[in-house]
Write a protein of this length. Structure first.
Lengths: 108, 115
């Protein structure tokens, strides 16, 4: 069945450093969504990618969808303390599958 | 707009007790779903509904029941609580089923502890 692997599981960065998380699928995806969950909070939708090679930006966040539509990345430039939380991807094969998430901690 | 409202925020149950987690949305969304979130694991789908009167099982349905009598409400019932059901539960809704790519709107969650 549909599986998605998200790496790394955890990352601790100094404020101002960049951060990247990756989602890799065993099969071709129709689309991929990214969510952010603050500590103690609920997941909040960030963006959806649909097209092969698509790149979308939201301020310091850059989202990419691989050419083969099997992987995606979320890159944060110059992290801030407000970026802390868990970032996870969501894909749909024959069912909705959530990545396990990457926990981001930012040292100020 | 209230969005998705979940109650209660916290609950402690003894093994064998039953309870209902409430979920309501005011966005006229057809799709509603329940997830549990455990440390180190992705959200796992318990049950979902694509409209009033229609429900189906997700990945981990055992020990849980749902009903969808109205578009707005989608309660989750724990029939006989077990310690393995200690988790954080999220309700989420979307304007259409996930296959169509609609974003999920999550409630604030219910933290359940079963002793």
């Amino acid at each position: 069945g549909q599986q998605v692997m998200q790496i790394p599981q955890y990352q601790h960065v100094q404020e101002g450093e960049d951060f990247t998380t990756y989602c890799n699928s065993s099969t071709t995806l129709s689309n991929i969504q990214w969510y952010k969950q603050r500590p103690g909070g609920h997941p909040v939708f960030l963006i959806q990618l649909v097209k092969s090679g698509e790149v979308k930006k939201q301020k310091r966040l850059t989202f990419q969808f691989g050419e083969a539509k099997k992987n995606s990345s979320l890159h944060i430039t110059a992290t801030q303390t407000t970026d802390v939380g868990t970032y996870f991807c969501v894909v749909y094969g024959n069912k909705l599958v959530f990545g396990a998430g990457t926990i981001l901690r930012v040292k100020s | 707009n209230a969005g998705v409202t979940q109650t209660p925020k916290f609950q402690v149950l003894k093994t064998g007790q039953s309870m209902t987690l409430q979920c309501a949305q005011d966005m006229n969304h057809e799709y509603m779903s329940w997830y549990r979130q455990d440390p180190g694991m992705g959200l796992r789908l318990i049950h979902y509904s694509v409209g009033a009167g229609i429900t189906d099982q997700g990945e981990v349905p055992n020990g849980y029941n749902v009903s969808r009598s109205t578009t707005e409400d989608f309660p989750l019932r724990l029939l006989s609580a077990a310690p393995s059901q200690t988790s954080v539960y999220f309700c989420a809704s979307a304007s259409s089923p996930p296959i169509e790519g609609s974003p999920l709107h999550f409630g604030n969650g219910t933290r359940l502890t079963v002793t």
